[in-house]
Design a protein around this ligand. Sequence first.
Ligand code: TMP
Length: 430
Amino acid sequence: MSRFPYDAVVFDLDGTLCEAETGIVSSVKVAMEQLGCEIPAWVDLKLVVGPPLRDTFHTMLGVPENRVEEAMDFYRVDFNNRGRFLYSVYPKIRTLLRMLREGGVHTAVATSKPLKLATDILDWFGLTPLFDVVMGEVEGPQKLGKPELIRRALPERYHHAVMVGDRMFDVEGARGAGIPCIGVAYGCGSVEELREAGAAEIAETTEELQKLLCPGAEAPRGFFLTVEGPDGSGKTTQVDRLEKNLRKFGFTVRRTREPGGCAISEAIRGIILDTKNMEMCDTCEALLYAAARAQHVHQVIRPAVANGELVLCDRFVDSSVAYQGGGRELGVATIQQINAPAVDGMLPDATLYLAIDHREALSRRLAASTPDRLELQAVSFHGRVQAAYEQLISEDEERFLVVNAAQDRDSVEKDALKAVIDRISAYEQR
Ligand code: TMP
C-alpha cells in the first residue's frame, strides 16, 4: 500500500509532463507550408496538442482527406529532426516522479503519440527509468485509443488509480478506463475544458499537482554537480549552455561559482583575483579559497541540495587541489587538509571536466580578454595544474565525467549534456 492517495498514476505526455506546444506547433506549421496549405485564421494552434494529429490535419486545419498522409509525412520528418528538441520538461515534474516512486506508487505514461516517438522523447530527457510502463499508439491505421492506452498502462492490481492530463481527451479516456482524472491547467487545455469534461480535480501548477499526488512528502535530495577545467577551456560558455539545457530538462538549477557564490565569498574572490595583490603569498591564497568555500558550502550548496535543487557549481575544491596543490606546489595533501572543514563532507556527486591541453586553452583565453592574476602565471604553472587534475581524475574515475573540450562549442555542449544526463538519471532512479 502506498502512503499517498493514489497507488497508480498514469500521465499524459504532451502538455502534462512536457511543454510540447512549441515543438508540435512549429512542426505543424512546417508541414502546412510544405503542403502549400494555409492555416485557417480562426484556428487556435494550441489545440492541436493532444488529439491524434491525423484527425487534426483534416478536421481542424482543413487538409483534404486524400492529402492527410502527405501532411503526416512532412510533419513526422520535421518533428523528428527538429520539433521534438524544442520540448522541455515542466519544472518540478522530475521531483514529483521521484517522490511517487519513493512512495511505492506505480507510475506510467499513456499518450496518443506513437510509442517509439514517446519513448525517444522520454529517453532524451532521461525520464524513462522513472516509469513502470510507457504506452503509446501502435503503428498503422488501427488505433488503440486513449481508454485502452490507459488500461494498458495500469498495473494488474491497484486500490486507487488516477489519470493526469491537460485535455478533455485525457478526462474522457480515463472515464473509459474506469478511473478519475486530475486535469492540469498549465498545459494546452483550459480549466473550463477540463471541468466540462468532468475532471475530478484541477491543478493549476505542477506544485499543486504535487500536493494532490504526494501530500506531505519531503523533497528528495537534489544533486551537486561541479564543472572543472584549465583556464581557457571554454568553461563559462559551457556552464551557461548546460544551465539552459538542464532547465529545459526540468531541473531546478542553482547556478553558482567558486570562488564566490554568496556575498562574503564574492568579496573574498575580489581580493584573490585582484591584479593589485601580486604580493599575496601562496598559503594566504590557498586559505582564502578555503574560507570562501566554507561560507559557500554552508550558505548555498548544502541547503540547496537538501531542498532538492540541482547545484551547478563552476569550480570547487578540485580547483584548489589543482591550482594551489599542483600549480603553487603546496602539495595535494596540505590543500585537502586545509579544505576538509570547508567542504565538510559536501563532495560533488559528479564533476564535469573539460579536457584540453593547457597550452591550447591558455592561448584561447588570452586572445579573448585581459587575463586576471592567476591567468598571468607561467606556462609551467598551468602544466602543473593540468597534471594535478589528471591525477585527481585517475584516482576518482567514477565521479569525473571527462569531455573533450578541444572540439567546437556545439559538440562540447552535446557531449557534456549527454554525460551529465546519463549520470543524473542513474542517480534519480536509485
Ligand atoms: P574562473 O576563471 O573559473 O572564474 O576561476 C578563477 C580563477 O581562480 C582560475 O584561474 C582558477 C582559480 N582558482 C584557484 O586557483 N583555486 C580555487 O580553489 C578556485 C575555485 C579557483
